[in-house]
Ligand binder design. Structure first.
Ligand code: MTE
Ligand code: HPA
Ligand code: MOS
Length: 749
C-alpha cells in the first residue's frame, strides 16, 4: 500500500500549519531572544518597539497569569526570562503585531541590557564545577575491575559527537484561536499535543479541558518537536488569552535555527578490555552530555545512551556513567535515536581503537561479540537477538570478501584516492524508556453509510504512521482502504497522548486502533449472526462481505452497517492500549524496559580524495530486521532517510558555537545537510524477516529511528580510508568527519 499522503503531497495540497486559512483579525507574533548566553538582566527597553505602528502588544513574564514554567522533566525552564538569561536566544519578550514583518521589525528595536555572567559551553567544564541537570546515573553489570585484570588487551580514549540541527522542512510554529468561555484552539506543529496542552494550561492558569490542540501533520519533527514545539504555541496562546484574537507565529528558518534545541553533543571517556580471542570482557564508559541551559528531554536522552552503551554486543562486565551537564547553550533535545547513537558511537570508537592497535579489522572484533538470544544487557533485560542472523545474511547477500578484495586492489593501485569499508551493526530498544509513556488511545467511528473514521494520538510527520493506522483498521475490519479516513490528531478526541516518538507510535496507536476495531467487530458479528440465524463463532467479514464459515452470504458491509445502526448497535469505540511486560526499576537500574529490540547491519564503502579531503559514499548495503513489515514502501523510505540523516550527522553537519555561546552555524549557508550529491551512490536494503513473536503491531517492527545509526558506519569507513593513506594519522574519534577534518587527518603531523 502506498502512503495515503503521497497524492496530496505531490500536488501540494497537503495541509501544514501555514496552509490553514487565517481568520480575519489574525495577529502575528515574533519572539525576542536574548543576545547574550549568560547574564543578569539590568534593563529591558521595549519602548521603541512598542511605538512602532502596527505593534499591538509586547508580552513578557509579567503577563503570565499562571506559572512561568514549561520544563517537561525538570521544572527548570521559564517560558520567559525574568531576572537572568541562560542562553543566547532565550525568549525574553513576545511581540504581537498586525503583520509578521512589523513583528519582526519590532523585535529588532528591543534592547536588553545585561551584566555578564560566566559562560560555559563545555560539558566537561560544567561537570567539573558541579553544574549538572540531574544527579549522575550508572548502569553496571559484572565486575569491570576484576575483568580488566583478566584482559590481554586494554585500550582507553576519548570519543566525541557533535550536535545536529533537525532541519525539518516545516519550521516550528503555531496558530491559536480564541474560543468561547475562555477556551483556546491551537494548531501546533508538534509531536506532543498533550505536552502543548499541559504546559499551556499551567502557563495560562486554566484547566486542560479549555485547550484544544489540533495537528493535521508536520513537515518533519525528528524529535525536535517532541518537547520544543510548546514554547511557540504557548506564546501565541498567551497573546490570544489577553487579546481575544487569533495569533500566529511561524518561525523563519534562521529564527528556528537560532532559538530551538538540537541533538545533544557528547564527549565521552572509554576503556575497553579484550581477551586473546578478541572477546570484549570489560567496558567502562563515562558520558558527558551537553544538555544546554535547561533539562528539556536531556535526562531521558542520557538514559538511552546508557541503555545503548554496548550497542549490539554482549559485554559481561560494564560500568557506564552518565552526566547531564548544564551549559549556556540552547537547551538540546530529542533527535532521532534519542541518545542511542551517541552511546553507540563510543563503543564503536573503542572497538576501532582496539582494532587499530592490534592490527586487525574492526569487523573481526565486532563479529565475535554480537549479541545472542538470551544474552543479558547491562540493564538486566535478556534479548531476543537477530544480530548474528542479520550480519551473516549480509555476508551471504553482498559477498563482502569480494568487496574487500576490490578495495585492497584499488588502494594498492591508487595513491591519491583511498577507499574504506566498515560494518555497523545496530541494536535498538523499542519502547519509551519512561514506562508510563507506553500507552495510547484511538477513536473509531463507523458512519451509517459504512465509511469509517479513525482518530489516534499518533502524529503524522512524514513517517507514514497515518497510512499504518489506516491499514490496521482496514485489515481488522477487512474493508477497502478507501472506506477509511484518518483524521487530525486532536486533544478533544484523544486525551493524554504520549508524544509521537521513540519509534513506538505505530505500535502503540496501532494496537489501540486494533483494540477499538475488534470491539466493534465483535458487536457486528453478534448482530450478523442474529440476522442470519447463525452461531456468531461461524461469522467472519472478508473483503466487505459477511461469511458463514467459508461460504459467502448476501450480507455486504454497507447493509450490515446500516442495519446495525437501525437496530441501535454501537458503531463507535474508544480503544486503549498499554504495552504489557515492560518495567524498569531506576533504584537498581535494572528491568525489562523494551518491548523488543530491532537489529541490522550495514556495510559501507567510501572513496576519499586524499588531495582534497572530500569523499563519496559509494554504497551502503544493509540487512535490516523488520519482523514482518506491514508496509515495505514506507519502511524502505524510513531506512533510506534514516541512513542519510545519520550520514549527515557523522560527516558534514557541523554545529559551531563560539566561546561566547553564540551559534555560528545559524543558517543554511553555514550548516550543510546531505543533498542528493552527498547521499550514497547506492543504498541497498535487504528485508530480513525475523520470525520470533514480538509486541509490534502485526509483528511489523518499529523502523523510525534505528536506521539512523547505520550512518555511524560511514564515519568509520572514512576513517579507515584516512588510515589507508596515512597509517600514522593522528585522527582521533570526533564526529563529524568533515572534509576539513579528513584533510587534517591525512596530513597533520
Ligand atoms: N520520518 C520522517 N519522514 N519525518 C520525521 O519527522 N521522525 C523520526 C522517525 N522518522 C521522522 C521520521 C523520529 S525521531 C521518530 S521517533 C519516528 O519517526 C517517530 O515516528 P514512529 O514512532 O511512527 O516511527
Ligand atoms: N524516546 C523518545 N522520546 C522519549 C523517550 C524515549 O525513550 N522517553 C521520553 N521521551
Ligand atoms: Mo524521536 S527522537 O523519539 O522523536
Amino acid at each position: 500500500m502506498h502512503n495515503i499522503d503521497s497524492y496530496s503531497h505531490l500536488r501540494g495540497e497537503s495541509i501544514y500549519l501555514d496552509d490553514i486559512p487565517e481568520l480575519s483579525g489574525t495577529l502575528y507574533g515574533a519572539a525576542f531572544g536574548s543576545n547574550v548566553a549568560h547574564g543578569k538582566i539590568t534593563n529591558l527597553d521595549l519602548e521603541a518597539a512598542q511605538n512602532l505602528p502596527g505593534v499591538v502588544r509586547i508580552f513578557t513574564y509579567k503577563d503570565i497569569p499562571g506559572e512561568n514554567q514549561i520544563g517537561g522533566i525538570v521544572p527548570d525552564e521559564p517560558l520567559f526570562a525574568e531576572d537572568k538569561v541562560d542562553f543566547e536566544g532565550m525568549p525574553v519578550a513576545f511581540v504581537v503585531a498586525e503583520s509578521k514583518k512589523i513583528a519582526q521589525k519590532a523585535v529588532k528595536l528591543i534592547k536588553l541590557s545585561t551584566e555578564p555572567l560566566e559562560i560555559i559551553t563545555c560539558p566537561r567544564k560544567a561537570k567539573e564545577i558541579g553544574s549538572l541537570i540531574v544527579p549522575p546515573r550508572t548502569f553496571k553489570t559484572g565486575n569491570t575491575e576484576d575483568a580488566f585484570r583478566k584482559c590481554k588487551y586494554i585500550f582507553e580514549g576519548i570519543a566525541e559527537t557533535n550536535g545536529q540541527e533537525h532541519l525539518y522542512i516545516e519550521t516550528q510554529g503555531a496558530y491559536s484561536i480564541p474560543a468561547e468561555n475562555n477556551s483556546i484552539k491551537v494548531y501546533s506543529s508538534t509531536q506532543g499535543p498533550t505536552a502543548v496542552q499541559r504546559h499551556m494550561a499551567a502557563v495560562l492558569g486554566i484547566p486542560m479541558h479549555r485547550i484544544e490542540v489540533d495537528v493535521t501533520r508536520l513537515g518533519g519533527g525528528f524529535g525536535g518537536k517532541e518537547d520544543q514545539a510548546t514554547v511557540w504555541a504557548i506564546l501565541c496562546a498567551l497573546a490570544t488569552h489577553h487579546l481575544k484574537r487569533p495569533v500566529k507565529y511561524s518561525l523563519d528558518r534562521m529564527e528556528d535555527m537560532r532559538m530551538s534545541g538540537k541533538r545533544n553533543p557528547y564527549t565521552s571517556d572509554y576503556k575497553i578490555g579484550l581477551d586473546e580471542n578478541l572477546k570484549i570482557l570489560s567496558y567502562e564508559v563515562s558520558f558527558y552530555q551537553n544538555a544546554g541551559a535547561t533539562a528539556d528531554l536531556s535526562p531521558a536522552v542520557l538514559e538511552r545512551s546508557l541503555f545503548h552503551c554496548t550497542n549490539a554486543y554482549y559485554v559481561p562486565n560494564v560500568v557506564a556513567t552518565a552526566y547531564s551537564c548544564r551549559t549556556n547553550l540552547i537547551p538540546n533535545t530529542a533527535f532521532r535515536g534519542f541518545g542511542g547513537p551517541q552511546g553507540m558511537f563510543v563503543i564503536e570508537s573503542a572497538i576501532a581503537k582496539a582494532a587499530e592497535e592490534l592490527g586487525v579489522n574492526a569487523w573481526e572484533i565486532q563479529r565475535v561479540n554480537l549479541l545472542k538470544t538470551n544474552d543479558e544487557m547491562v540493564y538486566g533485560q535478556k534479548v531476543v537477538s537477530e544480530a548474528i542472523s542479520c550480519w551473516d545474511k549480509l555476508d551471504e547477500e553482498f559477498d563482502p570478501q569480494n568487496i574487500h578484495n576490490d578495495v585492497a586492489i584499488f588502494n594498492a593501485s591508487n595513491h591519491l584516492f583511498k577507499k574504506g569499508i566498515s560494518y555497523m551493526p545496530i541494536c535498538f530498544g523499542i519502547s519509551f524508556t519512561k514506562i508510563l509513556m507506553n500507552q495510547a488511545r484511538a477513536l473509531v467511528h463507523i458512519y451509517m453509510d459504512g465509511s469509517i473514521n479513525v482518530t489516534t494520538g499518533a502524529i503524522e510527520m512524514g513517517q507514514g504512521v497515518n497510512t499504518k493506522m489506516l491499514q490496521v483498521a482496514a485489515k481488522t475490519f477487512s474493508v477497502n482502504a478507501g472506506k477509511i479516513k484518518v483524521s487530525s490528531t486532536n486533544t478533544y478526541k484523544i486525551a493524554n497522548t504520549s508524544p509521537s516518538a521513540a519509534s513506538a507510535t505505530a505500535d502503540l496507536n496501532g494496537r489501540a486502533v486494533q483494540v477499538a476495531c475488534e470491539a466493534i467487530l465483535t458487536r457486528l458479528k453478534t448482530f450478523a449472526a442474529k440476522l442470519l440465524s447463525e452461531n456468531e463463532n461461524r461469522i467472519s467479514i472478508r473483503d466487505e462481505v459477511v461469511y458463514v464459515k467459508d461460504s459467502m452470504t448476501d450480507l455486504k458491509w454497507n447493509d450490515l452497517i446500516i442495519q446495525a445502526y437501525l437496530q441501535r448497535i454501537n458503531l463507535s469505540e474508544h480503544g486503549h492500549y498499554a504495552t504489557p511486560v515492560v518495567n524498569f526499576d531506576p533504584s537498581i537500574e535494572k528491568g525489562h524496559p523494551f518491548a523488543y529490540h530491532v537489529f541490522g547491519t550495514a556495510l559501507t564503502v567510501v572513496k576519499l580524495d586524499c588531495l582534497r579531503g572530500t569523499y563519496e559514499i559509494e554504497a551502503v548495503k544493509v540487512v535490516h530486521d523488520f519482523g514482518t513489515s506491514m508496509n515495505t514502501i514506507i519502511d524502505k523510505g524510513q531506512i533510506e532517510g534514516g541512513i542519510v540523516q545519520g550520514i549527515g550527522w557523522m560527516t558534514m553537519e557541523e554545529i559551531v558555537y563560539d566561546n561566547n555561546g553564540k551559534l555560528r552555524s545559524n543558517a543554511l549557508s553555514t550548516y550543510k545537510v546531505p543533498d542528493i550529491y552527498s547521499a550514497p551512490k547506492l543504498i541497498d536494503i535487504v528485508f530480513y524477516k525475523s520470525e520470533a513473536e514480538n509486541l509490534a503491531i502485526f509483528n511489523s517492527k518499529a523502523v523510525g529511528e534505528p536506521p539512523l545509526m547505520y550512518g555511524i558506519g560511514t564515519y568509520f569507513a572514512l576513517r579507515n580510508a584516512v588510515k589507508a593513506f596515512n597509517p600514522e594519522s593522528k585522527i582521533g574519534f570526533s564526529s563529524p568527519l568533515t572534509p576539513e577534518k579528513a584533510l587534517l587527518g591525512l596530513y597533520k603531523k
